[in-house]
Ligand binder design. Structure first.
Ligand SMILES: Nc1ncnc2c1ncn2[C@@H]1O[C@H](COP(=O)(O)OP(=O)(O)O)[C@@H](O)[C@H]1O
Ligand SMILES: [Mg+2]
Length: 271
């Protein structure tokens, strides 16, 4: 897979020569991994990572969020190497809100860390709460079953957007939701993505979800892992449920599935 480093563009994210070992270099979970996500001005972009389980997908998101440093290589966000002051928040499959805080307090968390006063942070948090469809629930505790699984993920999305609307990292965020909620959350995400023009990096196991949401799909092979396939999803930028009836959508789902099977049979591993 070839990637062109265009010096006129500032990349949103660049992973360069990444290697990950937990035993002093005897075994490599990730090796020689490179990824460039270029900035696309005035337009959101949706990058989906598919790959074998244990390939290191969650690990990559932890690098970009600043939670972990790779054994080898460099991680750049907006052209700058990550340090402890540049953090990108993440939406996980597991509910990651603080259960002893309300929805409002959870969404406003990043502003609280920044020392912004209560009135301002609650106003800003309320805007996000409305956008993700949680108005009326702001004073409830962010705990299941006071809030449903879908509502808790809305809290996490609102919190991440308020912390940093430019980049959203999502690690199998809808994996624990029922089908109907999952489809609703997909549509919420496409709406927010359009509105904020965010760069979203999204890990999923669900190929139809990947094709529905992505502009670009990158596929990781089994360890020592790196990206071995890049598939551009040439569907219209604005996605809608009807699009799933299009022949091109179905073709792409089959193509991605075949590509995944090929990666598994060439390099080993399972999804
Ligand atoms: N602290 C650690 N020590 C040893 N191995 C680890 C550690 N953290 C993660 N791993 C291993 O790294 C591999 C990649 O993990 P992960 O990024 O969670 O994969 P994925 O999200 O693609 O399923 C897994 O095999 C996991 O067991
Ligand atoms: Mg994972």
């Amino acid at each position: 897979m070839q990637q062109v480093d265009n010096p006129n563009h500032q990349n949103v994210i660049e992973l360069k020569g990444i290697g990950q070992s937990y035993d002093g270099g005897q075994n490599w979970i990730i090796k020689d991994l490179n990824l460039i996500i270029e900035d696309k001005p005035n337009q959101g972009q949706f990058v989906v990572i598919l790959g074998m389980s244990g390939a290191g997908k969650s690990t990559l998101l932890r690098y970009i969020s600043g939670l972990q440093k790779p054994t080898e290589g460099q991680v750049f966000v907006n052209g700058k190497e990550l340090d402890k002051d540049t953090r990108v928040s993440m939406v996980f499959q597991q509910y990651s809100s603080l259960p002893w805080k309300t929805v409002l307090e959870n969404v406003a968390l990043s502003l609280e860390f920044k020392g912004i006063g209560r009135k301002e942070r609650e106003e800003k948090a309320m805007e996000m709460i409305k956008l993700v469809g949680l108005e009326g629930h702001q004073h409830k505790y962010a705990i299941y079953p006071t809030l449903s699984g879908g509502q808790l993920q809305r809290v996490a999305i609102a919190r991440s957007l308020l912390a940093n609307p430019e980049i959203l990292l999502m690690d199998e965020p809808f994996g624990a939701l029922d089908i109907k909620t999952r489809l609703q959350m997909q549509d919420l995400l496409t709406k927010l993505w359009d509105q904020f023009q965010s760069t979203i990096i999204f890990v999923t196991h669900d190929i139809s979800e990947a094709v529905y949401l992505a502009d670009d799909i990158y596929i990781m092979k089994a360890p020592p892992s790196k990206f071995v396939e890049h598939i551009n999803i040439d569907l219209p930028l604005k996605r809608s449920r009807e699009m799933k009836r299009d022949q091109r959508y179905t073709e792409l789902v089959h193509f991605v599935e075949d590509t995944m099977m090929n990666v598994a049979s060439t390099h080993g591993g399972s999804f």
